[in-house]
Design a protein around this ligand. Structure first.
Ligand code: GDP
Length: 305
């Protein structure tokens, strides 16, 4: 991810090396290059506009004195602004004062929710928590089985609807996902699991009924965290998708999945700014251990490396 953006920015900065004070024209030329690099990386237009305006303003008013030469100063400004659009601070999971902490996962089909349930379950287990995964995605054929497989790999128990409730391999709505989510949380309370992770259904595109279902599940289980999982390869659709989920479930944090891919990464660079919600975790592969807490500063350094 970000290889091409990273190369473009690095070569822009290379042109500034060894220069004395930068003229307004130099800064404008640099900002233009940065704008093009971000747009080519599929970063959302309003985010690019805000970003480049901030870089330009700060570069114009930067003092030449100090330890940094003009080129280094521009790199530092771009770095700071990247950290800013990525959400600034690292944000940890909000645990409930009275367990169980309820974490609901939402996102399009294929975004990586089920995989994330296993990854998060494993990470929490390793921190000494006793998570329970709840299979409230009854929409997709095999979703319940897939979550059970992931749970077993993570060594974490799963609450799934009774097999009798599960229909054949069909796309029809089977069972009652809101009821399953509610029962799963009750089960966690009864069996003293301190965290419940509720997997929910998604569609390939934004779908009104499924959005309503996600909103109903949210109302039924009043989660402490609603994590919106988004495939970092989604490109320009990122903004519309994130906004649709924001309207439906008012998520509290974002998880970027498939950051190991070689797409252009615009989603990753746009969602925190357009939704105002922090990116909390990154998924970086298919293995359950390919998962990390998201640090905006480290991601910015990686891009500018
Ligand atoms: P869901 O429909 O949102 O539950 O998505 P899944 O968890 O089923 O993931 C869809 C596909 O993406 C599966 O084949 C996963 O193995 C794969 N996947 C999930 N997360 C990642 C990731 O971070 N990197 C890569 N390369 N693949 C992933």
């Amino acid at each position: 991810m970000f290889n091409s953006l990273s190369d473009r920015l690095t070569s822009t900065f290379k042109n500034l090396r060894g220069r004395g004070r930068l003229s307004e024209a130099d800064i404008d030329a640099t900002v233009r290059e940065i704008r093009r690099a971000l747009l080519d990386a599929d970063v959302a237009v309003p985010v690019v506009r805000e970003f480049t305006a901030a870089v330009r303003e700060r570069a114009l008013s930067a003092e030449v004195s100090g330890a940094l030469n003009p080129a280094q100063q521009v790199v530092k400004i771009v770095n700071d602004e990247l950290v800013g659009i990525l959400g600034g601070q690292t944000r940890a999971l909000q645990l409930a004062k009275t367990p169980p902490t309820v974490i609901m996962l939402a996102g399009l089909q294929g975004a990586g929710k089920t995989t994330l349930a296993g990854k998060l379950g494993l990470a929490l287990k390793e921190q000494g928590h006793t998570p329970l995964l709840v299979a409230a995605d009854l929409q997709r054929p095999n979703a319940v089985t897939q979550l059970s497989v992931v749970a077993e790999r993570a060594g974490v128990p799963v609450f799934a609807p009774h097999p009798g409730n599960q229909g054949a391999e069909t796309d029809a709505v089977i069972g009652d996902p809101v009821g399953v989510a509610r029962d799963g949380v009750a089960e966690a309370r009864a069996k003293q699991h301190d965290v419940v992770i509720v997997d929910t259904a998604g569609r390939l595109g934004v779908d009104r009924l499924l959005m309503q279902q996600a909103a109903d599940i949210r109302d039924a289980v009043t989660p402490d965290e609603v994590l919106f999982v988004i495939d970092a390869m989604i490109g320009q659709d990122a903004v519309a998708t994130a906004k649709a989920f924001e309207d439906a479930v008012d998520f509290t944090g974002v998880v970027l999945s498939k950051l190991d891919g070689d797409a252009r990464g615009g989603a990753a660079l746009s969602v925190a700014t357009v939704t105002g919600r922090p990116i909390m975790f990154a998924s970086t592969g298919e293995k359950l251990t390919d998962f990390e807490v998201f640090h905006p500063d480290r991601m910015a350094s990686r891009i500018l490396d």
